[in-house]
Design a protein around this ligand. Structure first.
Ligand code: TYM
Length: 425
């Protein structure tokens, strides 16, 4: 492990901006006293089989819960039911989502910003979560979307050369395009290329870097003395797209509010961003946070591209998916069939059930499964079979769609151009 990884693994992680958004440096001692779960851009682990305690995390991070009142307001304003990720509490936390709803009410513009760090050839099911939500939000609000591929980040953090990271970014971008984003409203860029094409991006990075001290990023991200200097400056590159002037070809000189869908591991970047934006005269970005899709081995850690067997990749064949779920998916069932029939299973810790919670859209069916498994009427094998039948076709369809994404189609998404939306120039 390098310095950053050591520091964050020990718990010198992201707990740095208090509720007033002042930057404070959390010491290892204060962090360890207060919590067991570790959640930061590099590590997500819990001691608990049910996974991260998300209510505690909301308190620690100073974000807000997505409660019934917010969901009701959301549904009233959009005139349709909230996405099942929201209804089922998978997207559970937010910052300033009410501000976004106010803008919608006043028919004022905002834009969406999300991203991917291209560390592997293929995305896994967990990565799909924020992108599925982003697509739904884009369709629901009819707003522009920018998608950042941080090939610079992955060159700095992983054993990757610049050229390799750029290539992975393109591969990943094809997976993202295959999800069906609208080319007229979506701009995809990779930092290592875009930075040289758009001076505003680098200019904003410098403005942001001027507002944050080494001590502050050390506190937020756990950087240490022997981390390479690129890492120390990098958070500004993830922050810049949340400031609309980074994209003059989209927003001109308008100060447009931004909404970032992501899993909550990325929140440290945006706590920093929210601290800096008003100092540069821009609104704080709003956020909508997802919980983690668990590793196949269980909810103590998240599905991760660096742990091959923890993840179902979008390149996996149906046979591989079947084998992985059957072999690795952690079971909430009992030791013997008799015991299971008598006591029932525990869906909350069962990975096959979690797969269904994320990907089985039918609420009624999901509830029937939950009850049948909890009562012991369904066995782990039944649950795994249903999970395989649900997930394998989704991955197959994705693969078919991805085959149709040519380099030319990708280039269209990555071309610097105005997008078609009501607040554009
Ligand atoms: P990356 O590539 O690690 O992850 C991409 C997105 O997927 C989310 N994610 C997950 N969500 C649910 N369950 C999981 N198991 C899981 N694993 C990852 C991440 O939170 C992220 O939203 N530095 C970023 C790239 C980035 C970005 C952004 C992300 C640049 N700008 C703006 C979100 C918003 C990264 O390496 O993500």
């Amino acid at each position: 492990m390098n310095d950053t990884e050591n520091a964050v693994a020990e718990g010198v992680d992201a707990l740095t901006l208090n509720k007033d958004n002042d930057v404070t440096v959390a010491t290892e001692a204060t962090v360890n006293e207060e919590q067991e779960d570790i959640v930061n851009p590099w590590h997500v682990t819990s001691m608990n089989e049910a996974g991260i305690d998300y209510d505690k995390l909301i308190k620690r991070f100073g974000s807000s819960k997505i409660d019934e009142e917010l969901i009701t307001r959301f549904e009233k304003l959009t005139g349709k039911p909230a996405h099942h990720f929201i209804r089922r509490g998978i997207f559970f936390s937010h910052r300033d989502l009410h501000t976004i709803l106010n803008l919608k009410e006043q028919q004022k513009p905002f834009y969406l910003y999300t991203g991917r760090g291209p560390s592997s050839e293929s995305l896994h099911l967990g990565h799909l979560i924020p992108f599925i939500m982003t697509k739904w939000l884009q369709e629901t609000f009819n707003v522009p979307l920018v998608i950042q591929l941080t090939d610079d980040e992955k060159t700095l953090w992983k054993d990757l050369k610049v050229d390799e990271a750029i290539q992975l970014a393109r591969e990943n971008a094809k997976d993202i395009v295959a999800m069906g984003f609208n080319v007229e409203k979506t701009f995809i860029f990779n930092n290592l290329t875009f930075m040289g094409q758009c001076p505003s991006m680098y200019q904003n990075i410098i403005r942001i870097q001027k507002c944050v001290t080494f001590n502050q990023v050390k506190g937020i991200f756990g950087f240490g003395d022997s981390d390479v200097i690129g890492k120390i400056g990098f958070p500004a590159a993830q922050a810049a797209p949340a400031i609309s002037s980074t994209f003059p070809f989209l927003f001109g000189n308008k100060k447009v509010q931004c909404l970032v869908p992501c899993a909550i591991d990325q929140d440290p970047y945006f706590r920093m961003t929210r601290d800096v934006s008003p100092r540069l005269g821009y609104p704080k970005c709003a956020l909508i946070h997802s919980s983690f899709f668990p590793a196949l081995q269980g909810a103590k850690s998240k599905m991760s591209a660096s742990e091959q067997n923890s993840a179902i990749f979008l390149t996996d064949t149906s046979k591989q998916i079947k084998n992985k779920i059957n072999k690795y998916a952690f079971s909430g069932g009992r030791d013997t069939i008799e015991e299971h029939r008598a006591l029932g299973g525990v869906p909350e810790i069962d990975v096959a059930y979690q797969l269904l919670k994320f990907f089985l859209e039918d609420d009624t069916k999901l509830e029937e499964v939950r009850i049948a498994y909890s009562k012991g009427e369904m066995l782990t094998g039944d649950l795994k079979k249903l999970a395989i039948e649900t997930v394998a076709p989704i991955v197959e369809q994705h693969q078919a769609a991805r085959k149709l994404v040519t380099d030319d189609i990708l280039d269209e998404f990555m071309k610097i151009r105005p997008l078609n939306f009501s607040g554009s120039n």
